[in-house]
Ligand binder design. Structure first.
Ligand SMILES: [Zn+2]
Length: 459
């Protein structure tokens, strides 16, 4: 890719630079040096944006489109104009001062330096982390024309700091602003196998960013218990969006597709927003919503300390049967609503201690007992699946901190662990047709990624 780009730029230089013009010849020298610098930095950026880049792991190819080199074209075009400016890019270094940064950028401009020092927006420059890039455009006298830096953002958009000179260079006026600019979204793909070290070690080994792991946990939360169900030999493949600005990584975005082979069973999820709907959700590849009506567990990272229906519990013996399931977890652990519903009761009840009762559709209700505290909410209020409703405690009849969780249908307690497989709604009619055409496009992308070779990523 680089050699081809060099060829292209070399051609343009031939076209734009007249070697018989003394001024052009001098500019050409400067410009070539500038092009060389930007190329080197561009490559450094490509390798440096993801410290755990997949370039060195052929099992986990990291796909990247050609990097857009900013301002080079403009720079080339400016050769034919009289007021040529030059762009340089530098990385922020630990301990940088305004003076040291500007010096590396080739800016020799006390007015600009004074402006950056006193202007609060411009000083945002120094919120940058070491390694982040700053671009400066200078005129022939090394005076600052403009400066820009990416202050971060989300996957879709970056906040960009722009400092610009207005008016006569002899009497310069500087302005600083922060603007929102759209990022380029790239698809990144990672894959790997679970070894004996377990799921989280495998994610680390495959360089899956933490926020992407979190999304994966949440996508499959209704289907897989990542602490207990995942075994050595399971495999995964994941495609997610990452936002780039001028070739530099800004932030990871949403998981677009994920496959997990667990105990030889294939689980797949695809992000899809139906046409005309702003809200997307995860679906299986055959069009079934991944969102289960009820989560398997109201507490993350817990274990079942007492199952459903067990008798003779030392403190629960007043019940003929254990009507729920106990999850052992430290006091203060967040308790989540397992399904969308409405608050039916929040307060104290004999034996249960602090309890929240939620009413759901179709006669379902859920009970969360022995809480140490409640989230702010009142009777009749709507709660969403996964919303925190309270905190684990040991109020009421409880020997130690745990959550007593009941799942009832028309007030008859059922084993919550046995209802995880409740049917989920599927897309139908035209929505299903749209989904399937989207899926086939996405699948062909993923299949292309499967055989993608990093060496050919520029083609
Ligand atoms: Zn219990």
């Amino acid at each position: 890719m680089w050699s081809r780009l060099r060829e292209v730029f070399a051609r343009e230089l031939v076209v734009l630079v007249d070697p018989t013009n003394a001024l052009h010849a001098r500019r050409r020298k400067q410009l070539t040096a500038a092009v060389g610098t930007v190329f080197t930095l561009g490559m450094a950026a490509a390798m440096g944006v993801a410290p755990r880049s997949a370039f060195d792991d052929p099992q986990a190819p990291r796909v990247r489109e050609a990097i857009r080199l900013p301002d080079l074209r403009t720079q080339l075009e400016q050769l034919t104009e009289t007021d040529a400016t030059f762009v340089r890019e530098e990385r922020m270094q630990r301990g940088d001062t305004i003076a040291s940064l500007l010096k590396r950028l080739g800016v020799d401009d006390p007015d600009a330096q004074a402006f950056i020092r006193r202007n609060t927006t411009a000083r945002g420059l120094f919120d940058l982390n070491p390694g982040q890039t700053v671009q400066a455009e200078v005129d022939e006298n090394n005076l600052l024309v403009s400066l820009q830096a990416n202050l971060g953002g989300d996957a879709n958009a970056s906040r960009e700091l722009v400092i610009e000179r207005a008016g006569d260079p002899a009497d310069p006026v500087y302005k600083a602003r922060v603007q929102s600019v759209k990022n380029e979204l790239h698809y990144e793909m990672l894959s790997g196998a679970i070894a004996s070290g377990g799921f989280f070690k495998a994610m680390d080994a495959a360089n899956v960013p933490d926020e992407i792991v979190q999304q994966m946990l949440s996508i499959f939360s209704g289907v897989i218990d990542f602490h207990h169900d995942i075994t050595s030999g399971d495999r995964f493949r994941i495609v997610y969006e990452a936002g780039f600005r001028d070739g530099a990584f800004v932030r990871n975005g949403r998981v677009m597709a994920v496959e997990l082979i667990n105990h030889n069973q294939l689980h797949q999820a695809l992000w899809y927003a139906p046409e005309g709907s702003k809200q997307g959700a995860y679906y299986t590849f055959d069009g079934r919503s991944m969102k289960r009506p009820f989560l398997r567990s109201p507490v993350e990272f817990s274990r079942v300390s007492s199952g459903f229906g067990g008798r003779d519990h030392p403190l629960h013996h007043h019940w003929a049967q254990h009507k729920g399931v106990d999850f052992a977890a430290p006091t203060g652990t967040k308790v989540m609503a397992t399904g969308d519903g409405e608050v039916e009761f929040v307060g104290q009840q004999n034996g249960y201690g602090n309890i929240v009762i939620l009413k759901h559709h179709s006669g379902y209700s859920t009970y969360y007992a022995h809480l140490s505290g409640f989230a702010t909410m009142k009777r009749g209020q709507h709660v969403s699946q996964g919303e925190v409703i309270g905190y684990v405690g040991q109020t009421g009849w409880a020997t130690g901190p745990h959550l007593h969780y009941e799942f009832r249908v028309n007030d008859v307690p059922l084993n919550p662990l046995a209802i995880a497989a409740l049917d989920t709604p599927a897309l139908s009619g035209p929505a299903r047709q749209q989904f399937l055409s989207y899926t086939s496009e996405m699948l062909s992308r993923i299949n292309a990624l499967r055989t993608y070779n990093v060496a050919s990523a520029s083609n």
